[in-house]
Every structure is written in structure tokens, then in C-alpha cells.
Design a protein around this ligand. Structure first.
Ligand SMILES: [Zn+2]
Length: 368
């Protein structure tokens, strides 16, 4: 079965077997695909591929898989609030991005693509490099020079070619575009297959909660691939009659770089004022900004900004419970403190633990 891409900005429709990465008008592409999960046909398998019925692939190639997903959902406590933590830092390359990379690189493999370009400084680079290693695809990763070394080492270790680009993030994106002229630009921020991978997290959570959804879902937001994947999965489950309401989607950003807040409040988007400890969400111009805001608004959610002091406090509370996550992940817990007065007793809160602390050990050392 072949699905079509469509461009929400201009309405153009493109078959999804064409190696395009965005619309001619410059907009991102979505997929014309609304699958219905038949829960009576779920396999025994406990991984994200348990939901392959609702994944837009011709066929699943077992040689490309790591058995990834179905991460634990465990109780945690922050400032007296009971929370369920989704342990996606336990994915193969150490972050939730593996869900997206698994689908996106699977699709590249299906299309016979032998070489890709990706533009990322962090967890996406590691995830894409890991899946390319598994699929025998050459990965070219463009990163701003002087970036967090642990992640570039990890991506390099998987065999990716790292291109360090001096200058700003935009210079890096431009260099990646130039490099992509010779291969395929597997741009995670644009690619809708990536979101159909990240959506599996909410199917897992719903099933782990006995096919219920929480009242709140807190997640750090950079390019929005977690929040938008969750939104996509929720829409599918709502449409299938599996759930009858959506949780409030809570988008958490650092107040060093909060384009969502600026956009939502009608201000021009600012540039990051300084480096935040939560480097993973320091994306000044998210490609899907309007889509993220729409998802937050539709679900009655909110945009919460936190400062580094709050992030460090949340990080230490997380370590103290045995969860070794990276600072960006802790931003979502930091936001809980601001929201503690609004969450009613008995309401269920899920927080995504997006990335592993082992990738940020040198930064964590300076905080201890
Ligand atoms: Zn378009």
C-alpha cells in the first residue's frame, strides 16, 4: 500500500515512494494516513513493532530491528506529585529518537537509498547513525562545530561521517542541504515517517495504562518530534474509538530559548540568550512550530518554560530515585513544580524521560 505525502501549507500531494524531503513550497510534509488499530490482532511481541498494524511501511524487515520499545512506565515522585515516567532513555542509542529513526531509516531502506544526510547536534544524530549502521546505509551527519562531544563520538562510533560546520545552526543546516544534493536528506524535523515512529510511545503508554490515557503529558520540546508523535498517535486512537479524550499536551522549553512561548504570545522569535543546560531543546526555529502550538491548544495543554536552576533541581530529584537522565529530560520534571497547584488529586501525569544521562556525564559532573 502506498501512502501520499501532502503539504499542509499549499495542499500539494506527492507519492511517498518519491525521495523528497519537503514540499517545493518549502513546507514540511505530512502523510495521508489514518490507520485503525485492531487490538484483538496485537502480536505477543513486546517492542514498538507490536503496533506495526498502524505503521506506514510496506513490510517490516526484521534485519533492521533492535527489538526496541515497550520501555517501562514507572511511578516517580516530584514535589509531592505522583508521576508515571516513560523510560525512553532505555532505547538502543539512548533516547526516544530511536523510535523515529527506526521508521525513517526503514523507509529509506525500503526505497533503496544507500546514503543519507542528517542535520543534528544530538540524540537524533546518534539515533539515525545507529539505524543506518544496522541498515547498511552511509550516514553523513552535519553538526555545529564545538558541539557536545559525547554525542558526536557516539554517532562516529556507529560509522557515520561527521561534518563539523563552523558558525550558527543555520550555517549547519545550509551545509547539510548542500551535501544532500548528492544523496537523500533524512531530515528528522521534516520527515513524517519520523513522527509515525515516535507515535508508538503513546500506544505503549495507553496499553500500559489498560487502554486509558493520562490527564497530562509533559515532554521537553525542541523540534517537537516527541509531542507531535504523541499527538498523532492520540488522534489515531481517538478516531479508532480506543480512547474518548486527549490528555493535555504540555510542551516544556528552557527560558533561554522558548520560540513556542514567543510565537504563542505573538512576539517575534528571539534568538537563544545564552547556552542552556538543556541543549537538546535549544531549537530557535522549529520547522513544525505552528503544528506544535495547534496540538497544545487543541488538547487544552500549555507551554511551560523553566530555568536552569529548576532543571538542575529536577535532575537531582530524578537521580535520587535512580533515574540517570540527561538535563534536557529533566526540564519536563522541572515544569511539574510550576504546575503543582493546577494538577488535581487523582489526575494522572505521564512524563517522558527522553534521553540517557550517560551522554551528558561531563556536564552532570560539573553539577554534582
Ligand atoms: Zn507546499
Amino acid at each position: 500500500m502506498l501512502f501520499n505525502y501532502f503539504c499542509p501549507a499549499c495542499g500539494k500531494v506527492i507519492p511517498s515512494d518519491k525521495p523528497v524531503w519537503r514540499c517545493e513550497c518549502g513546507g514540511y510534509l505530512d502523510l495521508d494516513y489514518m490507520p485503525v488499530l485492531d487490538r484483538s490482532k496485537l502480536p505477543d511481541e513486546k517492542s514498538m513493532w507490536r503496533y506495526s498494524q498502524v505503521l506506514p511501511l510496506e513490510k517490516i524487515n526484521p534485519d533492521l530491528l533492535f527489538g526496541e520499545g515497550f520501555t517501562p512506565l514507572l511511578p516517580m515522585k516530584f514535589w509531592g506529585i505522583d508521576v508515571l515516567g516513560k523510560l525512553d532513555y532505555l532505547m538502543p542509542s539512548g533516547s526516544f529518537k530511536d523510535r523515529g529513526a527506526a521508521l525513517m531509516i526503514h523507509k529509506c531502506h525500503e526505497m533503496g537509498i544507500k546514503e543519507i544526510v542528517e542535520d543534528s547536534s544530538g540524540n537524533s544524530a546518534c539515533a539515525v547513525a545507529a539505524y543506518c549502521a544496522r541498515a547498511g546505509i552511509k550516514a553523513n551527519i552535519y553538526m555545529p562545530a564545538g558541539n557536545s562531544s559525547a554525542k558526536s563520538i557516539q554517532a562516529r562510533a556507529y560509522g557515520a561521517q561527521i561534518h563539523l560546520i563552523p558558525g550558527s545552526r543555520t550555517d549547519c543546516a545550509d551545509a547539510a542541504l548542500e551535501g544532500a544534493k548528492k544523496s537523500y536528506y533524512a531530515a528528522h524535523a521534516y520527515n513524517p515517517f519520523f513522527l509515525h515512529g515516535t507515535k508508538t510511545v503513546i500506544y505503549e503508554i495507553a496499553e500500559q495504562m489498560n487502554w486509558q490515557v493520562p490527564d497530562y503529558y509533559f515532554t521537553p520540546v525542541g523540534s517537537g518530534s516527541q509531542l507531535l508523535g504523541v499527538y498523532l498517535g492520540l488522534k489515531e486512537m481517538l478516531n479508532a474509538g480506543i480512547i474518548d479524550r486527549m490528555p493535555r499536551l504540555m510542551a516544556v522549553q528552557s527560558n533561554h530559548c522558548a520560540p513556542l512561548k514567543d510565537f504563542a504570545e505573538g512576539r517575534p522569535l528571539c534568538n537563544p540568550v545564552s547556552q542552556s543546560i538543556a541543549e537538546g531543546i535549544a531549537i530557535a526555529r522549529p520547522v513544525r512550530l505552528n503544528q506544535i502550538i495547534a496540538a497544545v491548544r487543541e488538547t487544552g495543554g500549555d507551554i511551560v518554560t523553566v530555568d536552569d536552576t529548576e532543571i538542575v533541581e529536577a535532575l537531582k530529584l530524578s537521580f535520587g530515585q535512580g533515574f540517570y537522565i540527561e538535563p534536557t529530560s529533566a526540564a519536563a520534571f522541572a515544569a511539574l513544580k510550576q504546575y503543582s497547584g493546577k494538577i488535581k488529586t487523582g489526575e494522572k501525569v505521564v512524563v517522558s524521560l527522553t534521553g540517557h544521562g550517560l551522554k551528558a556525564s561531563s556536564k552532570i559532573e560539573s553539577l554534582l
